[in-house]
Ligand binder design. Structure first.
Ligand SMILES: [Zn+2]
Ligand SMILES: [Zn+2]
Length: 132
């Protein structure tokens, strides 16, 4: 039985991975190694965030206050001059993990699921399976 598969970029190592319909559970990682590593990294991050949470909130609050003060000064001193760039706005230009993966242009006819190694793949999807 041939079924479709999904082509995606591993959320951790950014390698292309193919997953067949049978194995697809909305996976984001190319294999069990990346999934496991990502999980431990997430746990470590969560622990660090818990420790720094209080500190971080204070730092953020004071930064917000400084920003607001600066904005007020700009308004009073420069009138209606538009603010082109501010350090708080730069963060939004970072690459998002949901960036579209490469198009499967040069994918050969023989496509193998990276999880079960079966050759039961006829065509590739770039979107997730829709489940009811
Ligand atoms: Zn990976
Ligand atoms: Zn599979």
């Amino acid at each position: 039985m041939h079924s479709s598969a999904r082509l995606f970029n591993c959320a951790r190592c950014r390698r292309q991975a193919v997953i067949c319909r049978h194995c697809d559970r909305g996976n984001q990682y190319c294999g069990s190694h990346c999934a496991r590593t990502a999980r431990t990294e997430a746990q470590r991050l969560a622990g660090r965030r818990y420790q720094l949470g209080r500190q971080g909130r204070f730092a953020h609050a004071s930064r917000q206050q400084r920003y607001r003060l600066r904005q007020q000064q700009k308004v009073t001193h420069q009138g209606s001059t538009p603010v082109a760039c501010d350090d708080l706005l730069i963060c939004s230009t970072g690459r998002s993990p949901s960036a579209s993966p490469h198009r499967p242009a040069n994918v050969q006819s023989q496509i193998v699921c990276h999880f079960c190694r079966s050759r039961a793949v006829k065509f590739l999807r770039l979107d997730f399976l829709r489940r009811p």
